[in-house]
Design a protein around this ligand. Structure first.
Ligand SMILES: *[C@@H]1O[C@H](CO)[C@@H](O)[C@H](O)[C@H]1NC(C)=O
Length: 251
């Protein structure tokens, strides 16, 4: 299910707690109708569209300019259908992760230092990122096409890349992916797409891999990218039924 109305409704209720009940009821009704319209008009997540097709629209930034490959952009994130949140941004953080093999020490000292993870931060603390399409000859970024997404190198983890990678177990976005090698099973976690969503965009994990016999179904599931708050209160970017609405600002 692409939209989870109960979750969005809950967010909306929290936002509207200061307004009167009647307004709230009307707003919820309007919201519900809107959700149905959008759900009906949105494309299926399993990308059947030919992604090399030039008919795929180019992604634009908030000024309407086309996004270029290998140019840095700040990402503005909002929860759609709410007006009560100011946009947030993305950055890198070294966060606690007891599920990882890559841990140092034990008990409360278990800290995963590297690779860094992708976290949601105040927009004024965001780190810009850039995109490399799987066909790097074209310098343009199109919707529904496989992209590598990366932050600038970070001195905290000089031996790990800052290329986005899906943690296949936790379904959170971490780093230490690599650029290119499209179609190889090893690259499966490194490809993300930008899709149109709620008058802006969203990130999805839905790699267009055709010949990946060794990839299991779980690896190539298609899901939107939203928020996951872990046990430690870290606000991580993760696969979610409730996507972030995403806009791009040239850095
Ligand atoms: C580099 O990584 C550290 C975490 O170790 C993080 O606090 C910092 O914001 C990162 N720098 C950039 C520019 O992303």
């Amino acid at each position: 299910m692409l939209f989870n109305p109960s979750v969005i409704t809950r967010i909306q209720v929290t936002c509207l707690k200061h307004t009167n009940y009647r307004t709230m009821k009307n707003t919820l009704l309007a919201l519900f109708v809107l959700l149905i319209i959008i759900a009906l008009s949105s494309q299926p997540l399993l990308g059947s569209a030919d992604e090399s097709s030039p008919s795929n629209e180019q992604v634009v930034d908030i000024t309407g300019k086309k996004l270029r490959a290998n140019t840095y952009y700040n990402v503005l994130l909002t929860m759609p259908y709410t007006n009560c949140r100011s946009p947030e941004g993305l950055s890198l953080s070294s966060i606690h992760n007891n599920n990882s093999n890559n841990t140092i020490g034990n008990g409360d000292d278990q800290i995963q230092a590297c690779p860094l993870d992708v976290v949601v931060v105040n927009r004024y603390q965001s780190t810009p990122l850039r995109f490399t399409p799987h066909n790097p000859k074209k310098g343009v970024i199109r919707v529904s096409s496989d992209l590598n997404i990366m932050f600038p190198p970070n001195a905290s983890c000089p031996y790990h890349s800052t290329v986005w990678k899906l943690d296949q177990e936790l379904l959170v976005i971490t780093t230490d992916g690599f650029v290119g090698n499209h179609g190889s099973p090893q690259s499966i976690g490194n490809w993300f797409k930008i899709e149109k969503y709620a008058e802006a965009y969203k990130f999805v994990y839905c790699p267009s891999v055709v010949n990946c016999i060794s990839c299991n179904k779980h690896d190539v599931q298609c899901k939107s990218v939203g928020l996951f708050v872990d046990h430690y209160g870290n606000r991580r970017l993760a696969l979610s039924d409730v996507p972030f609405q995403v806009k791009f600002v040239k850095a």
